[in-house]
Design a protein around this ligand. Structure first.
Ligand SMILES: Cc1cc2nc3c(=O)[nH]c(=O)nc-3n(C[C@H](O)[C@H](O)[C@H](O)COP(=O)(O)OP(=O)(O)OC[C@H]3O[C@@H](n4cnc5c(N)ncnc54)[C@H](O)[C@@H]3O)c2cc1C
Length: 532
C-alpha cells in the first residue's frame, strides 16, 4: 500500500479553529473517496484552485471498490467535460460512451395510446413546438379532442426512435443538448488520470479513523498503517458509507422512503447489437422499473425495485426474463440503495459529495448532475463568503432544495402511474406522502390551471422545467376525466400538427445515424470493463 503524510506540522487544536473562521479559501483540501464523485470534485477544484497554490489530494481505499453503477447522465455531464477540457474524441472511446438525447418510458401508464412516451433533452429547433405542445396540453385538459402526446412535438424523440445521433451537419446551426451513457468504472479512471496529470495528489490507503479538534472540526484522517493525512478542509466522497459527514460528524440522514419505495437494484450486462440507441429505455416492471443503457461494447441493464414488495431472487428472475438471459451464465450484481439526503451537505469543515450526501434513485440519472452542482456551488460560495456560518447555511439550503426538487419529479412518476397489476403499483398510486409543492402541481394540472405559472410561482423550474412536467403528465395520459372529448372549434387557436411532423422530419435529415457519430469510439479502442 502506498501512502503519504503531508509533512505539515499538526496545528494545535486552538489554532486550527481560529484559522478555519478566518479562512478565505482552504489551503489544503483532502477528498476522501475515489469514485466518480471524488474524481469529479478533484477535477473541478483542481481547475479552479491548484493555480492559486491550494493543495488538493485524494485518498481512496485500494480494498473497498467503487459502486460501479451509474451509466447515464443529463446534459450537465457535457458541460462538466467541456469545463475540465475533456474532449469527446478522447474520453468517449476510453469509456465506451454513447450519446443520449433523452429517456423513453415504457409501460408506466395503462391509458390507451399512452403505453410509452419520451422525455427529451432540450433542442433549439423545438422552441416553437414547445409552445404548441403546452397549448395543446391545455386544450386537452379542458376536454378538447387534440393530440397532446409529447412524442410528436420534439426533435429528440424523432432522433431517438430513428437511432440518430445528436450532432447536426455543419449546415444546420441549431443545437440539440445531449448527455451520455458510459462505463462508470472507466469514467472514474479517466477522471483520475486527468486530475493526477493536473497536479492532484493521489493516495491509496484505508481510512480507519477520523480525527477532530475540540470544536468538532476534522483535523486529519488516519490510515490503516497509522499515517496521518492532515488538511484544513475535507470532502466526504466515501459513497453510501459517508465516513466523514454521517459517521464522524453525525449529520443525520433524512430518508425519502415514505414516498420513494425503491431501495434495491440488480444489474447485469447483455451483448450490444448492431444499432446503438441514443436514448435510455426505462421500462416499468412488477415492483419497480428496469433501465436499458447502450454502451459501445455492451448494454447495461438494471432493475430498481422495492424489497418490501419483491425478493432479490424474484427481481433477478424478472430482469433475466426481460433481457432474454434466463439460461445464460451472465452474472447479476445485487445492490442496496439509501434513498434520501443528509440533513446538512456542509457541516463544519467538511462537505459531502456523491452518494455520501444522498441519492434519489436513478430514474432520471441525476446523481452526477448534482455532484457537479454541489462542487460548483461550494467553490462559488467559498470564494464569495469564506468559512462563515451564513455561507454554509445558504449552501445547505440550495442543496436541500435541489434534492427535494428532483425528488418531487421522480415521486410524480410513481404517484401518477395507472397500473393496477401489483400491490407495489397500487401502493404507489395511493401514496399521499407528497410534498406541498407536488400536491399543488398535480392539483393545478387536474384542475385545468396554468401549470407553467404554477412552476414559476414555486420557483422550481431550475430543477425540472415546464416542458419536463408537461411531458411526464401528458405522457402518462393523465388528463381530467371527460367521457367524451369536444371537437376544437374555429374560435380556438391550434397548431397544425402535420406541419410540426414535417418540420421535425426535415430537421432530422441533418442528423446521421448514432453509430456513425460514434465511429471514433467503436472498434479497436473499445476497452474491457468489469461489467463487460
Ligand atoms: C442502482 C444505481 C444506479 C445508478 N444509476 C445512475 C445513473 O444512471 N446516473 C447517475 O448519474 N448516477 C447513477 N447512480 C449513482 C452513481 O452510481 C453515483 O452517484 C456515482 O457512481 C458516484 O458514487 P460515489 O463516488 O459517491 O461513491 P462510490 O463509487 O461508492 O465511491 C466511494 C469511494 O470511497 C472509497 N472509500 C470508502 N470507504 C473508504 C475508507 N474507509 N477509506 C478510503 N476510501 C474509502 C472507496 O474506495 C471508493 O473509492 C446510480 C446508483 C445506483 C445505486
Amino acid at each position: 500500500m502506498q501512502s503519504y503524510s503531508y509533512g505539515v506540522a499538526r496545528w494545535t487544536q486552538v489554532s486550527h479553529a481560529i484559522r478555519l473562521e478566518e479562512m478565505a479559501k482552504p489551503n489544503h483540501i483532502l477528498i476522501v473517496g475515489g469514485g466518480t464523485a471524488g474524481w469529479m470534485a478533484a477535477n473541478l477544484m483542481a481547475q479552479r484552485w491548484l493555480q492559486q497554490g491550494i493543495n488538493i489530494s485524494l485518498v481512496e481505499s485500494p480494498d473497498i471498490g467503487i459502486i460501479g453503477v451509474g451509466e447515464g447522465s443529463t446534459p450537465q455531464l457535457k458541460a462538466f467535460m467541456d469545463k475540465i477540457g475533456a474532449d469527446e474524441s478522447d474520453w468517449m472511446p476510453r469509456c465506451n460512451a454513447t450519446y443520449k438525447v433523452g429517456i423513453s418510458f415504457h409501460n408506466w401508464s395503462t391509458k390507451p395510446g399512452f403505453d410509452s412516451y419520451f422525455h427529451p433533452f432540450p433542442a433549439q429547433p423545438d422552441r416553437e413546438n414547445y409552445r404548441a405542445f403546452v397549448h395543446h396540453c391545455y386544450l386537452r385538459r379542458q376536454g378538447f379532442d387534440i393530440d397532446a402526446h409529447p412524442n410528436r412535438y420534439f426533435l429528440p424523440a424523432y432522433l431517438a426512435s430513428n437511432q440518430l445521433g445528436p450532432h447536426p451537419n455543419h449546415n444546420f446551426p441549431f443545437e440539440v443538448l445531449y448527455g451520455y451513457h458510459f462505463d462508470s468504472q472507466l469514467l472514474g479512471e479517466y477522471l483520475r488520470d486527468l486530475a493526477v496529470n493536473r497536479g492532484v495528489t493521489h493516495i491509496q490507503g484505508n481510512v480507519n479513523k477520523v480525527l477532530q479538534d475540540e470544536q468538532g472540526n476534522i483535523t486529519a484522517v488516519q490510515l490503516q498503517d497509522d499515517d496521518l493525512l492532515q488538511a484544513d478542509f475535507f470532502v466526504d466522497s466515501t459513497g453510501f458509507r459517508s465516513l466523514l459527514l454521517q459517521q464522524t460528524l453525525k449529520v443525520p440522514f433524512v430518508s425519502f422512503d415514505s414516498n420513494l419505495f425503491n431501495d434495491s437494484a440488480v444489474v447485469m450486462p447483455t451483448p450490444q447489437g448492431n444499432e446503438y440507441n441514443s436514448q435510455t429505455i426505462s421500462t416499468a416492471m412488477k415492483c419497480g422499473w428496469a433501465w436499458e443503457i447502450p454502451l459501445t461494447n455492451r448494454v447495461g441493464n438494471g432493475y430498481v425495485y422495492s424489497s418490501a414488495f419483491c425478493s432479490a431472487d424474484d427481481a433477478e428472475n424478472e430482469l433475466r426474463q426481460k433481457t432474454g438471459s434466463l439460461d445464460s451464465d451472465i452474472e447479476a450484481r445485487h445492490l442496496q440503495m439509501n434513498v434520501g439526503q443528509v440533513d446538512k451537505h456542509w457541516h463544519r469543515n467538511c462537505i459531502a459529495v456523491g452518494l455520501s450526501q444522498g441519492f434519489i434513485e436513478p430514474l432520471e440519472a441525476t446523481a452526477l448532475h448534482i455532484v457537479q452542482e454541489t462542487v460548483e456551488t461550494f467553490i462559488a460560495s467559498f470564494e464569495e463568503g469564506g468559512y462563515t456560518a451564513q455561507n454554509r447555511e445558504r449552501f445547505n439550503e440550495i442543496l436541500t432544495r435541489r434534492f427535494e426538487g428532483v425528488r418531487d419529479y421522480i415521486v410524480c412518476h410513481y404517484r401518477a402511474n395507472s397500473r393496477n397489476d401489483t400491490d407495489y403499483w397500487r401502493a404507489n398510486a395511493a401514496n399521499e406522502n407528497l410534498s406541498i409543492s407536488l400536491k399543488n402541481l398535480l392539483r393545478t394540472w387536474l384542475d385545468k390551471g396554468d401549470l407553467t405559472q404554477e412552476i414559476q410561482r414555486q420557483d422550481i423550474s431550475r430543477y425540472y422545467n415546464t416542458i419536463s412536467w408537461h411531458c411526464l403528465l401528458a405522457g402518462y395520459g393523465l388528463f381530467p376525466d371527460h367521457t367524451t372529448l369536444t371537437a376544437v372549434g374555429e374560435d380556438k387557436k391550434i397548431y397544425d400538427l402535420s406541419k410540426i411532423d414535417e418540420f421535425i422530419r426535415r430537421c432530422a435529415l441533418n442528423f446521421e445515424k448514432h453509430s456513425t457519430q460514434l465511429s471514433f469510439s467503436v472498434g479497436e479502442s473499445m476497452r474491457a470493463s468489469p461489467g463487460s
